[in-house]
Design a protein around this ligand. Structure first.
Ligand code: BG6
Length: 467
C-alpha cells in the first residue's frame, strides 16, 4: 500500500495541564477553576476546596514531577510532537497581576526543553478548559471584556519566553464547547434567571477578539510560529433522511462552525444574525473588534474527533459535541461511555472542514476511553483501542488521499489522565497505564499497554503499518 502520510507528518499525543500535572498549589500556582470541581459529571463545583474532599486535579497523575519519565516513554514510541497546555494559573496565579510568576515560567522552560531534546515539537494550548479561579469569581470569566487584557498579557509573556521553542500555538481548546461546558470552556457560572445564550455568545465574542489579538502578538513576536484555533468537531448526522431532520442537523452543525467560520474567515457568517435573533442575543461589540477579527485569522484549524452523533428534528439541544439528540445510529457500535465509534466520520469531517476553509487541519484529539484490565502477569491487552485507532488512521489516510491538507495527529491521552467530562481515571485512553483509581488511590506506577508497542510501529512506518 502507498504511504500517504506526508514525510514530516506530526505524529504524537495530547494532554492538558489540568488533567495531568497535579501540584495544584506548587511553586506559586493559584487555584484554577477546575481545582474546585469534584466529580465533574455530577456537577459538584465548590467555591473553594473543602478539606477532606477529593479533587482529581490536585494530584492528577503528578505529571508535574514525573514529566521526564513520561516524556521518555513518549519518545520511545517515536513521538514527533507532544501537545499539552500551559496552566494559566502557574504564570498568573490570580490572572490580573501585571508581573508573571517566574517559577511557573521555569517549569514550562524545563518541560519544553525536555520535549525538544527528545525530538518532540511542543504543540501548546494556551487555555485548555481553564483559567485562574480568581478571574471567574471576580470578573465573571469570559463574560467580561477585561479578560481580553489579562489573556493577551499572559500570551505576550509566554510568546516572548518560549519564542523559538514553541512553533505551534492553539489559542483555546474546543471553544465551541462553551455551549455544553460553559464553566470549563468559558469560566462562566450562569444564573438561572439569565439568558444563557446571551452570556455564552457575548463571552464567545470576547474570546474571538482575544484570540485575534493573540495572533497579532504571536506574529509580531515570533514570525516562525504558527497559531491556530481548536474546536470539538466530531461528526453530526441527521437521524433519518426526513428533510426536517436533515435541515435542522445542518443548522445545529452551524452552531459549531460559527466558531471556525469566525476564526478562519475573519468575520461572522451570514447565518449569525438569524441565530442571535432567534435566541434574543445582542452582542456588544466595540469599535475595532470586527477589524481585528478580520485581520488576524488562524494559520490552521485543529479539532477533536471522537465519535459521531445523530439528531432528530425538534430535539432542542446543542448537537455535535454533546452526544446523540436522535436515535442511536444502528450502523455503529459504542464505547462503554456510549460514544459511537465512527472512523469514516473522521474522513467526512476532514473533507467538510477543508472544503470550507482550504487551510491546514490538525487532528488534535482522537482516542478511545475504556476500562482496561491489568492481567495477572501485568500485561494490558487493549486490542479494542488498537482497533479504534487503526480504523481512524485509515480514514485519515483516505482523507489525505482525498486531497485534504492534514499536518498532524495527536492521540488523546497517550498516558492515562483524569477525564475532563467525568473526573474519573477509569475512563482510560492511554498507551501507558497509570496505577490509580477514581478516588486517587494507587502507586502512580506507569506500565506499557499493548497499544504502546503498536503505536510505536505506526510512527516508525509513518503510518504505513496500520494493521
Ligand atoms: C475533549 C477535551 O473534549 O475530550 C479533553 O478537550 C477531554 O480535555 C477529551 O479529556 C476526552 O473527554 P473525556 O470526558 O473522556 O475526558
Amino acid at each position: 500500500m502507498n504511504n500517504n502520510f506526508p514525510e514530516n507528518f506530526l505524529w504524537g499525543g495530547a494532554v492538558a495541564a489540568n488533567q495531568c500535572e497535579g501540584a495544584y498549589l506548587e511553586d506559586g500556582k493559584g487555584l484554577n477553576l477546575i481545582d474546585v470541581v469534584r466529580h465533574r459529571i455530577k456537577g459538584e463545583i465548590d467555591d473553594k476546596p473543602i478539606e477532606g474532599m477529593y479533587y482529581p486535579s490536585h494530584k492528577a497523575i503528578d505529571f508535574y514531577h514525573r514529566f521526564k519519565g513520561d516524556l521518555a516513554l513518549m519518545a520511545e514510541m517515536g513521538f514527533k510532537c507532544f501537545r499539552t497546555s500551559i496552566s494559566w494559573g502557574r504564570i498568573f496565579p490570580n490572572g490580573d497581576e501585571t508581573e508573571p510568576n517566574e517559577k511557573g515560567l521555569e517549569f514550562y522552560d524545563k518541560l519544553f526543553d525536555e520535549m525538544i531534546s527528545l525530538g518532540m515539537q511542543p504543540i501548546v494550548t494556551i487555555s485548555h478548559y481553564e483559567m485562574p479561579l480568581y478571574l471567574l469569581d471576580n470578573y465573571g470569566g469570559w463574560r467580561s471584556r477585561k479578560l481580553i487584557d489579562f489573556y493577551t498579557r499572559y500570551c505576550e509573556v509566554i510568546f516572548r519566553r518560549y519564542k523559538g521553542k514553541v512553533k505551534y500555538w492553539i489559542t483555546f481548546n474546543e471553544i465551541n464547547a462553551i455551549h455544553f461546558n460553559p464553566y470549563g470552556a468559558g469560566g462562566l457560572r450562569i444564573k438561572p434567571d439569565e439568558n444563557k445564550m446571551q452570556v455564552i455568545y457575548q463571552a464567545s465574542h470576547n474570546t474571538f477578539v482575544a484570540s485575534s489579538l493573540a495572533i497579532k502578538l504571536c506574529r509580531e513576536i515570533d514570525k516562525e510560529a504558527k497559531i491556530g484555533c481548536m474546536l470539538a468537531l466530531s461528526a453530526f448526522y441527521p437521524a433519518t433522511c426526513h428533510p426536517d431532520d436533515v435541515f435542522e442537523t445542518y443548522e445545529l452543525r452551524r452552531r459549531s462552525l460559527y466558531y471556525s467560520d469566525v476564526y478562519m474567515r475573519g468575520y461572522y457568517p451570514n447565518y449569525a444574525k438569524h441565530i442571535w435573533d432567534e435566541l434574543s442575543v445582542n452582542i456588544k461589540m466595540e469599535d475595532g473588534d470586527e477589524k481585528v477579527i478580520k485581520k488576524y485569522t488562524c494559520d490552521f484549524l485543529a479539532f477533536s474527533y471522537y465519535k459521531s452523533s445523530t439528531h432528530s428534528y425538534g430535539m432542542p439541544v446543542f448537537g455535535d459535541t454533546g452526544g446523540n439528540t436522535g436515535k442511536p445510529n444502528p450502523y455503529l457500535q459504542s464505547t462503554a461511555w456510549g460514544w459511537q465509534i465512527d472512523p469514516k466520520g473522521l474522513r467526512y469531517v476532514c473533507n467538510e472542514l477543508y472544503d470550507r476553509y482550504q487551510k491546514p487541519l490538525f487532528v488534535a484529539e482522537n482516542g478511545m476511553g475504556n476500562i482496561d484490565v491489568v492481567e495477572e502477569d501485568g500485561s494490558i491487552n487493549d486490542d479494542y483501542r488498537i482497533d479504534y485507532i487503526s480504523r481512524h488512521l485509515m480514514a485519515l489516510r483516505d482523507a489525505i488521499k482525498d486531497g485534504v491538507d492534514i499536518i498532524g495527529y495527536t492521540y488523546w491521552g497517550p498516558i492515562d489522565i483524569i477525564s475532563a467530562g467525568t473526573g474519573e481515571i477509569k475512563k482510560r485512553y492511554g498507551f501507558i497505564h497509570v496505577d490509580m483509581d477514581n478516588d486517587g488511590n494507587g502507586t502512580l506506577k506507569r506500565r506499557k499497554k499493548k497499544s504502546f508497542y503498536w503505536y510505536k510501529k505506526v510512527i516508525e512506518s509513518n503510518g504505513e503499518n496500520l494493521e
